[in-house]
Design a protein around this ligand. Structure first.
Ligand SMILES: *Cc1c(COP(=O)(O)O)cnc(C)c1O
Length: 452
């Protein structure tokens, strides 16, 4: 994740000729030199089958594959491309930055500017540190939480993704509130022995975990609106209890807003929960995706007193050769300067909601069980009659039906995430026409999904 596609002036891509499928050719070539042919697993289309599309270029809400086929893009690089691809002001800022130097290994003014811009919209944070990926930010936030509390245990929820740091590659153990098992080879059980995995939105498990281990818990880390099990919100009472229990036991509440930050609202998911729970704020926040605008950039931050425990001021070590990279910060800043404009989120939210409502209506017309949710420019839909509340419920979706929906849409030029446990994204560049084309495509596919 995290590459930006410069706009290509001439249309020099290849059209599919002599029945050569260039995506297939590339995939075969890629698999010889890159494991599975991809540099991030979900891109391989394993869940849905078929050949991944190799993207040649992108502009606005669209991209073109190796055969020159055009798609409406509802992935947006998994979230960062909130303005769509190749926004002229962002491209200009990046081009200017490139001429000034790629990387210095010394501080720059742009890092201050980006930090100031981010902090302006997130009152829970007084300071932040820039890093290069969400994984790195999440891992560092946990180290900081452990350093700040002098405790080892952490709580995470099943279905929430916080990057692939060893201690987070873990699934629930056999019993209630037991410590988890690694979900990846190469992660020693000792490394996850301090990670407690609970069911999302399950108040009873939450209470039990704090009853048993409250004074040993460094932090509770969560996606406030989970986008890595499609789209599942923490209920307001659940969120309130997370906050209360953390405060009561001296644990830090860590919001992983890598996906939701500057995506569901200018102030992220924490702005939304603060509206429902007066005075609500997390202790630490992890950001990524949108703040880099498609470049490798992420951050973690919180109150000054906690952040100043970071090296070189404090005892918690963390560093990065390319942290605060001048090209990435230019891209992130230019992106943020667009989305802070008045009305940006109102328009994006309305467009996203309209897409979801119309899809739901189209499904209902064909008698297909379907539920939808969205916030800002992030959405989720399920081939289920009701919105799921946790990972187990998300997985009740019939995989074969989702695959039919995915490939049906793809064949009609609509590119959604190739897995049913991923959220979707609408950008400012999606037009009324893009939305209409998407709904018409979905109508066709729903006919084939009609119950017998
Ligand atoms: C994408 C994501 C990450 C990981 O970010 P990378 O930049 O891919 O390392 C972490 N947490 C959440 C919530 C994410 O969506």
């Amino acid at each position: 994740m995290g590459q930006i596609h410069p706009p290509i002036q001439a249309c020099n891509f290849h059209h599919m000729t002599h029945n050569i499928d260039h995506n297939n050719t590339f995939f075969e070539r890629a698999r010889l030199v890159i494991p599975g042919g991809v540099n991030s697993p979900v891109r391989a289309f394993r869940a849905v089958g078929g050949t991944p599309r190799f993207i040649q270029r992108a502009q606005g809400a669209h991209f073109w594959d190796a055969n020159g086929r055009k798609y409406i893009d509802y992935i947006g690089s998994w979230g960062p491309m909130i303005l769509g691809h190749g926004h002229p002001d962002v491209v200009e800022a990046v081009q200017k930055a490139v001429t000034q130097g790629f990387s210095f290994g010394a501080p720059t003014e742009r890092e201050i500017e980006l930090a100031e811009e981010i902090l302006k919209h997130l009152p829970s944070m007084e300071m932040l540190r820039l890093v290069s990926s969400g994984t790195e930010a999440g891992m560092s936030a946990i180290r900081l939480a452990r350093g700040a509390t002098g405790r080892s245990k952490i709580i995470k929820f099943e279905g929430c993704y916080h990057g692939h740091a060893d201690a987070l590659l873990v699934k629930a153990g056999s019993g209630l509130a037991t410590f988890g098992n690694p979900t990846s080879a190469g992660v020693p059980p000792e490394v996850v022995q301090h990670t407690l995995v609970l069911e999302y939105n399950n108040l009873e498990q939450l209470e039990e975990a704090f009853n048993l281990y409250g004074k040993e818990i460094a932090c509770l880390m969560m996606e406030p609106i989970a986008g890595n099990m499609n789209f599942v919100r923490a209920s307001v009472p659940f969120m309130q209890r997370c906050r209360e229990l953390c405060t009561q036991h001296g644990a830090l509440l860590v919001f992983d807003e890598v996906m939701t930050g500057f995506r569901v609202a200018l102030g992220g998911a924490q702005e939304i929960y603060a509206k429902a729970i007066p005075g609500f704020r997390p202790d630490l926040t992890v950001l990524g995706k949108v703040i880099g605008g498609g470049m490798p950039l992420a951050a973690f931050g919180g109150p000054r007193a906690i952040m100043e425990l970071m090296s070189p001021v404090g005892p918690v070590y963390q560093a990065g050769t390319l942290s605060g990279n001048p090209i990435a910060t230019a891209c992130g800043l230019a992106t943020l300067r667009e989305i802070v404009k008045p009305g940006f989120f109102e328009e994006l939210s309305a467009k996203t909601r309209k897409l979801m409502d119309s899809l739901k209506k189209a499904a209902a017309n064909e008698g297909v069980a379907f539920s939808v949710d969205s916030e800002g420019g992030m959405f989720g839909f399920f081939l289920l009659p009701r919105l799921p509340q946790n990972y187990g419920q998300v997985l009740k979706t019939e995989g074969a039906k989702f695959n039919q929906l995915f490939h049906g849409l793809l064949d009609r030029g609509v590119y959604i995430a190739p897995a049913l446990y991923e959220a979707g994204f609408v950008s400012a560049a999606h037009s009324e026409e893009d939305i209409e084309v998407t709904i018409a495509a979905a109508q066709h596919v729903f006919k084939s999904l009609r119950p017998a």
